[in-house]
Every structure is written in structure tokens, then in C-alpha cells.
Design a protein around this ligand. Structure first.
Ligand SMILES: [Zn+2]
Length: 377
């Protein structure tokens, strides 16, 4: 295929969470990825790809394109680009770009996809040729490998019990506490919500819990009525299973809105049948379509604000940080026995050969040099 397209330049703009190897970009002349997670630079990434493509066409020169893989798999929560040591290594990539004619993409990979190339990678596009590109990609790869223990443990992760005890002991002050049920992959897990019911932690909001049946049931009984409902937890047993609750219907109807946050700003979101349910001091918005609760929109569409609550239960991995880091008084990452665990060693990969990949090879590394196997969790 590529032979027939040999004269046709190909540029690709990639998600920072792509699992990429040399074969993935073999047919590309230009490959660049998002530089931020939260992904606030989707437009700029397209512009970088297009700029390189136009330069290639106008100059008649093909840039060198190289990739290196550090053999590291990190959970998505550790891939936020504001976290250390990742932020420092990314800054080093920017410094290499400032010193040379190149574009470097550090890619986190996506550990919850099982493929032969699951894991981090570094792509370098260099107008000084492929050797310069490979040299820079290899150098950054070595940096990632050196810091792999710290990369895997960039934020503390707590159990549900620890998280609830923490909130009870130190209530919200100066902004809501964000509880991050990050291991939920379908927006319908019930582990943390179940643990919050009956606890004295103030006003709680649980935005965009996926449960079309509950949303329709709420519309049927009507606003002001109380219903007994099996809530969420139906996509997989790992979600914690449905939660039987008595809920008062505060609002019910169809809902759609335009995203105001920097992640996917301007996109139209159709939530379908939607309802606001009160379970005591816990307000849950149940929706019929999967939607990202990562900014203030889940509140403002109902005339509320995040600041109206003491505790907000989110299911994001990194995208929530752009809006919630300034708003939240604390962020507590909660690990649950769910489909997207913080300890990637709990995932049974069929395609990925983990034998020489961090953190599976942590014990081997320990014999050679100081590493951080104890910090992987
Ligand atoms: Zn991504």
C-alpha cells in the first residue's frame, strides 16, 4: 500500500494515550501527539502536524522520524502531565526542541488496552534527519526508564475505607473534596457511592452516573416523588453491582449541552434521559449516555456550582485536573477492585508480553540498581 502512496505525504496527530511502536508510524512522514493530559491542546496538535506536512511539501524534504519505547506501563491516573517527574521530563523535551529543529512527543500509552505495544513511547520528528531523531528519542526514553518507579507512583492512591475516613476526619474547607473513583471505566461503578451512603461528610454530588433505566424510572414517577431503585453497577460485576436506594426525584427530563471546559470545548453532549436524584445529602445525576464529568458543566446545567458541595465523586483519570485542581480543596485518588486498577499488574494481558516491562520486571531491576518497586501500587 505504502509503495503506491510513496509520493503522497502522510501526517498523523495522535492521542497522548496511544499505544505506539515503529510499525504503527512506519507509513507516516509526520507523527505528533498531544502534549497535555488533560488534553487541552487537540487543536494545536493538529496544527503541529499540518505545519510539518506543509513544510515537507513546500521544501521537498522529508523529516527524520524515530520512535523509542522505554518498556513502561503506567496507569492512566499517573499520566497527568502536571505530575512529577513526568512534568520535568516533558520540560526537557521542550528544551531539546528549543535547541534543535524537531518536534518531540512523549506518549503515556493506555494500559487498559491489551496490545503487543501497550506502554509509553517517545516519538521524535527531526528536520536534521533520522539519526538526530533517534538520538533524542533514545535520550528521553532513558530518562523515563530512570524515573520509572516515580512515574508509577506519582500520586498517592488510597482504598475506599481510607478515603472515607480521611474525608470524615478532615472535612472540606475552602472548596470541595474530589474523590476520584478512577478505576471505573464505564461511569457506572458503585463502590464509593455505596460507602458514602449514611456517612456524615456533608453535601455530596455524584455527576453523570450512567443508568438509563433509573433516569427513565425517575421521569415515570415524577419530580417530588421518592422511588426505590437499583442504581447503576450493571455493566460488569467489577463495578460493584447495582445499589438499592430510596431516591427523591429532584429533576427529570432530556438534557444536552455544549461543553464549556477546555477539554472538548464546544462539543455538543447529549445526555439523553437524565434525572437528579437525592439520596439523603447525596445528589446523583443519572444519565443515559456516557459523558465526561471533568469540568463545571455537570453542575451549571442544573443551575448549581461545584462549590455548593463538600464532596464531589468523579470518575475521570487526568482530564478533571484542568478544572478541578484550582476548585478542589483536596483530590483523593481512590482505588477500587474495578476494571481499571492503579496496579497494572492486576490486569491479565493476553497480547502484551510483560516479562521485560515495568513494573513486572521490578524485581529484576532491584538486583541491578536502586528502583522503586515498593512504590508501585
Ligand atoms: Zn488521551
Amino acid at each position: 500500500m505504502r509503495d503506491r502512496l510513496a509520493t503522497l505525504p502522510i501526517a498523523v496527530a495522535l492521542d497522548y494515550h496511544g499505544n505506539i511502536d515503529a510499525s504503527t508510524i512506519r507509513n507516516a512522514d509526520v507523527a505528533v501527539a498531544y502534549r497535555h493530559s488533560p488534553h487541552i491542546d487537540m487543536g494545536e496538535t493538529g496544527e503541529r502536524a499540518a505545519t510539518a506536512l506543509v513544510r515537507m511539501i513546500e521544501s521537498g524534504r522529508r523529516p527524520g522520524l524515530a520512535i523509542a519505547r522505554p518498556d513502561i506501563v503506567i496507569p492512566s491516573i499517573m499520566s497527568a502531565t502536571s505530575l512529577e517527574p513526568l512534568a520535568t521530563i516533558i520540560a526537557e523535551a521542550r528544551a531539546l526542541e528549543a535547541a534543535g529543529d524537531c518536534d518531540i512527543s512523549l506518549m503515556a500509552g493506555f494500559s487498559y488496552a491489551d496490545s503487543v505495544n501497550t506502554g509509553m513511547s517517545v516519538i521524535c520528528l527531526d528536520w536534521d534527519g533520522v539519526e538526530a531523531a533517534q538520538r533524542k528519542a533514545d535520550a528521553l526514553c532513558a530518562r523515563l526508564r530512570n524515573d520509572r518507579g516515580a512515574l508509577s507512583s506519582a500520586v498517592p492512591v488510597t482504598s475506599v475505607t481510607e478515603a472515607i475516613a480521611d474525608v470524615e476526619m478532615r472535612p472540606a474547607s475552602g472548596g470541595p473534596i474530589v474523590l476520584l473513583e478512577h478505576a471505573d471505566r464505564m461511569n457506572d461503578s458503585t463502590h464509593v457511592l455505596r460507602a458514602l451512603i449514611g456517612r456524615d461528610v456533608g453535601r455530596v454530588h455524584v455527576p453523570f452516573l450512567l443508568d438509563p433505566q433509573a433516569a427513565i424510572a425517575a421521569a415515570d414517577v415524577g419530580v417530588g416523588s421518592t422511588m426505590t431503585v437499583n442504581l447503576a453497577g450493571r455493566s460488569d460485576p467489577a463495578t460493584g453491582g447495582p445499589l438499592s436506594v430510596d431516591a427523591k426525584v429532584v429533576w427529570a427530563g432530556q438534557k444536552s449541552y455544549t461543553v464549556s471546559g477546555r477539554y472538548q470545548r464546544g462539543s455538543l453532549v447529549d445526555l439523553g434521559a437524565t434525572a437528579l436524584l437525592d439520596i439523603g445529602p447525596i445528589r446523583v445525576s443519572v444519565v443515559s449516555h456516557f459523558a465526561f464529568a471533568v469540568d463545571g458543566d455537570p453542575f451549571t446545567i442544573f443551575g448549581e456550582r461545584p462549590e455548593d458541595y463538600d464532596v464531589i465523586l468523579l470518575r475521570s483519570k487526568t482530564h478533571f485536573r484542568d478544572f478541578y485542581e484550582p476548585v478542589a480543596s483536596r483530590i483523593i485518588v481512590v482505588d477500587t477492585p474495578d476494571l481499571g486498577p492503579a496496579d497494572v499488574r492486576l490486569i491479565s494481558y493476553q497480547q502484551l508480553d510483560t516479562s521485560n516491562v515495568w513494573p513486572w520486571n521490578a524485581h529484576q531491576s532491584n538486583q541491578n540498581k536502586t528502583t522503586h518497586s515498593g512504590e508501585v501500587k
